[in-house]
Design a protein around this ligand. Sequence first.
Ligand code: KIV
Length: 254
Amino acid sequence: MNSIEKAERIRRMKGVEPVSCLTGYDFATGKLLDEAGVDLVLVGDSLGMVVLGFPDTTHVTMDHMLHHTAAVARGVERALVVGDLPIHSYGSPAEALANARLLVAAGADAVKLEGGLKQVDKIGAIIDGGIPVFGHMGMLPQRVLEEGGYKKKGKSDDEVEAIIEGCLALEAAGCFAVVLESVVGAAAARVTAALDIPTIGIGCGVGNCDGEIAVISDVVGAYPWFVPPFAVVRADVAGETKRAAEEYISALKV
Ligand code: KIV
């Protein structure tokens, strides 16, 4: 299956089966997630926090994204690999297309960018260039500094209408799916019902979207210093890593 067919497969999952999405940042994790059967692996700019140790995603560059996208792509055979366009990499349609092409050259099948109506011309340029685009609405982490924190979205009727309008614009521009981040559950359900493309929720409650995305470090318990309140932690990789390292050190020092 080529990249466009893989993205089309995700688009057609709406109303048929939930779309499973996880972030991945390196070869081994990409390979393990693919072997586990995940539908989509996102090389998210969340790598700025959970891999590179920055306070938020605003420090992530194209060089970071290309390095990690290439590593993940080497490990994934079946799932759709999406590379995030980082902040300041899609200021104009030409810049968006040029950087999307670099992510594809690194191994991505598709790219993701944040925002609604204002991004339609950039999304159009990328899709006209033959590259599938994953939208991102609701709370937009690249705007955390302007907004003064991570705020829940969809609390008022006006806000819900604006999210729906933005998502419909993304759908009309040709996005194959859209991430909904930190949107009030009932509002996320309204957005999901208004769209023909799948909504992929994170922090939107259970059953309000057509699929889910989670940060892999949260799922496996690899980043214990900050765990979002909505995350379901299913393993203790941090604890096991520390335990194994302590055992290794003790065995050496006896
Ligand atoms: O960067 C990221 O990991 C994301 C997901 C949380 C949707 O954008």
